[in-house]
Design a binder for this molecule. Sequence first.
Ligand code: 5GP
Length: 190
Amino acid sequence: MEQLKQKILSEGIVLPGNVLKVDSFLNHQIDPVLVMAMGEELARRFADAVIDRVLTVEASGIAIGLAAAYALGVPLVFAKKSKSVLMTEDAYTAAVYSYTKKVTNQISVLKRFLPSGESVLIVDDFLANGEASLGLAELVHQASSSVAGVGIAVDKAFQPGHDRLLHAGYRLESLAVIESLDGGRVHFRE
Ligand code: 5GP
């Protein structure tokens, strides 16, 4: 998606450890026009698929998840990373190792918000090792639903997540695919 790539080139900052900082438009401050357009683009790419709901993980997946869910006309559910006293009901849970925070979170979704027999689109802001997407897919399988696909804003395809998702048989649609962050510069895959 050209608009997203241009924004990454003009405002993205490459940090050590192959981390791309996009906090001026996606991860801290949010550009609503761009994020809504990203949601529309994901909806367009999955227009041929049956999608009953969008599933993401808090917090950075929520903006693009909401934009995609709005464009698709379906509910958005986000997995929580920590257990709250409000979560008294039964929940599906999976362990997810965080690429940026270097901790393992137990992500969870109340069973009520992940009904069985649905087709669920997983959406996230970044794809690195694939831990978040595969953890969300595990929740969908626990619910006896199926994964319609995975929609990603920024796919660092040189890291293992991209191939892990494809090898697991998931349909992957990424709005910006990064080939490398070598030399502190963003190189896109054409
Ligand atoms: P994965 O689970 O695929 O290893 O990593 C994806 C998750 O880690 C995303 O939800 C995102 O929050 C975070 N993440 C991974 N790489 C980056 C990055 O380069 N920049 C930012 N801002 N977040 C990242």
